[in-house]
Design a protein around this ligand. Structure first.
Ligand code: NGO
Length: 530
């Protein structure tokens, strides 16, 4: 039904453009299909429409935020910043006269179901109220409001003649899983501060609340560590990265800036130092990190599984502790990822020895460790988070970890890896875990994917993006969109709302928004794009 509505309107637009209707030239912009409260990604938990209560943002609309709350004010400013360019309206925050139509951002007393991350959105004729128990919930609610406006709201210039209507009614919304993540690999190719910020801007709109940064690997070391200055100047310097084309690193100041930028979008950074394998960048920089004391040459190929820190050498643990101490000190979030994947050059016994020394170091510096699912072999404490990246739906070690109380982060490579090619013709990406079309990324259930890992044992979902084949922000965007919103919906929306037809229609409506924001994306043949 909705498709035919869109087609009719497209026809109307074409006629209007030809000037055959006698409508003023600007009228074509006002004929965008009405949006519905449920036309949002991720799908809201509960909506109830009231067609007589549509709200229209007008020249004199103002934004009011919870008195006394700096965070609410900051969210109001962020929202105003999003709405001003296309509307051209002043949208004052907390300085209107009080009689005008308002968008109110209220903290406290939200519906109990909203919990710590959800919100209530009430749209009436003269007021929109977003209400939440926490600033994170309030921010999430404003992201919904953004998507409820016509796509042109994303334009960076005033859209004359456009009516800025929000559909009337009520939403109560909250996430299925507490953790909804994306991951970016800075080691294979460094991505600049501005590129990471641009990615954060997009993630925030889909209620992603964690960004995991893969900071070190065989090909490069991308985070400043004062106790090992050559890690970045040499290990992240000129010639590093796949094909020697991805040099660069984050200074501590960059990293602080990034954390603040993420925090303003209610996103927490999870930094990863991969070990005991994937360590060639460090070992080719500091010879003493090798058992034989000889530094191997730097690597710019994409082989995996050949490097290992020297498990029996106390110096290894002094190095690791220095790194974890410094990283913990500069990381405001609760987590540090210690890697642990593909340690094929380390025996199982050595792997356990290593992890049993390293995991406590994370706790020692006040952080909860994450590790790729191999970490379950070392039986980490129940609060540690194994990240499932395997392509199988059976994994005895992970099922055992669940019995011991660990919650699992789900990012199966054959479902949620954004670096897998869409199909055989995709010019970027890898294919070791198979092709992943949008529908493949959407059609799986994180709460029932691995035997022995039921919904209650799932912390959330993550969509990792490895950078072996990526260079630019366009490359990142092309692989992330439209699959990232699919994973975001799996992480946020109630299982009962899961529906490919609905999702694919809502996804199609994101396209004009991406175009207006200059976000590159893959025009999957599975979607009926406008
Ligand atoms: C694997 C491997 C990474 C690769 C990635 C490419 C994990 C956890 N380890 O995922 O080193 O970059 O695949 O898809």
């Amino acid at each position: 039904m909705r498709k035919s509505r869109r087609r009719t309107l497209t026809g109307l637009l074409a006629v209007a453009a030809l000037g055959l209707t006698g409508l003023p030239a600007t009228a074509e912009q006002t004929t965008e299909p009405d949006r519905r409260l449920s036309d949002v990604i991720p799908a809201p938990a509960y909506t109830s429409a009231d067609h007589r209560a549509d709200f229209r943002i007008e020249r004199h609309t103002s934004i009011r935020t919870q008195p006394g709350s700096k965070q609410a004010k900051r969210i109001g400013d962020y929202l105003a910043g999003v709405l001003r360019p296309a509307t051209g309206y002043p949208l004052p925050v907390n300085s209107g006269r009080g009689k005008e139509k308002t968008i109110s951002l209220v903290l406290g007393d939200a519906d109990r179901r909203a919990g710590k991350q959800g919100y209530e959105l009430d749209v009436g004729k003269s007021r929109v109220t977003v209400r939440a128990n926490t600033p994170a919930g309030l921010f999430a609610g404003t992201q919904t409001l953004r998507q409820l406006l016509p796509a042109n709201i994303e334009a960076d210039r005033v859209q004359r003649g456009q009516h800025w209507t929000v559909p009337g009614g009520k939403i109560v919304d909250y996430p299925r899983f507490a953790y909804r993540g994306a991951m970016l690999d800075l080691a294979r190719h460094f991505h600049s501060l501005d590129e990471i910020k641009a990615y954060l801007d997009e993630l925030a709109q889909y209620k992603i609340n964690y960004l995991h940064l893969h900071l070190t690997d065989d090909q490069g070391w991308r985070i400043q560590i004062d106790s090992g200055p050559k890690l970045t100047t040499q290990g992240g310097g000129p010639g590093t990265g796949v094909d020697g084309e991805g040099p660069g690193y984050l200074t501590k100041a960059d990293y602080a800036e990034l954390n603040a930028y993420a925090a303003a979008r209610y996103i927490t950074i999870v930094p990863e130092i991969d070990m005991p394998g994937h360590t060639n960048a460090a070992q080719s920089t500091y010879a003493e990190l090798n058992c034989d004391g000889v530094a191997p040459p730097p690597r710019t190929d994409i082989e995996v599984g050949y490097s290992s820190l020297c498990i029996d050498d106390p110096l290894t643990y002094r190095f690791v502790e220095d790194v974890i101490r410094e990283l913990a000190a500069m990381t405001p979030g609760p987590y540090i990822h210690v890697g642990g994947d593909e340690a094929h050059a380390t025996t199982d016994e050595d792997y356990r020895t290593f992890m049993r020394k390293v995991i406590p170091l994370a706790y020692k510096y006040g952080k909860i460790p994450f590790g790729w699912n191999e970490i379950t072999k070392a039986a980490p404490p129940a609060s540690a988070v194994p990240q499932y990246w395997a392509t199988t739906t059976e994994n005895a070690d992970v099922a055992e970890a669940v019995k011991r109380g660990n919650k699992i982060l789900m990012s199966p490579a054959n479902k949620s890896y954004l670096d897998m090619k869409y199909d055989a013709n995709t010019r970027l990406g890898l294919q070791w875990a198979g092709f992943i079309e949008v529908k493949d990324a959407y059609e799986w259930d994180p709460g029932n994917h691995v035997t022995g890992v039921p919904e209650r044992a799932v912390l959330g979902v993550e969509a990792p993006l490895w950078s072996e084949t990526l260079r630019t922000l366009d490359d990142i965007e092309f692989m992330a969109f439209p699959r990232l919103p699919a994973v975001a919906e799996l992480g946020w929306s109630p299982k009962a709302s899961h529906d490919w037809d609905s999702f694919s229609e809502r996804l199609a409506e994101q396209a004009p928004r991406w175009e207006l924001r200059g976000v590159d994306f893959y025009r999957s043949p599975q979607i009926d794009w406008p």
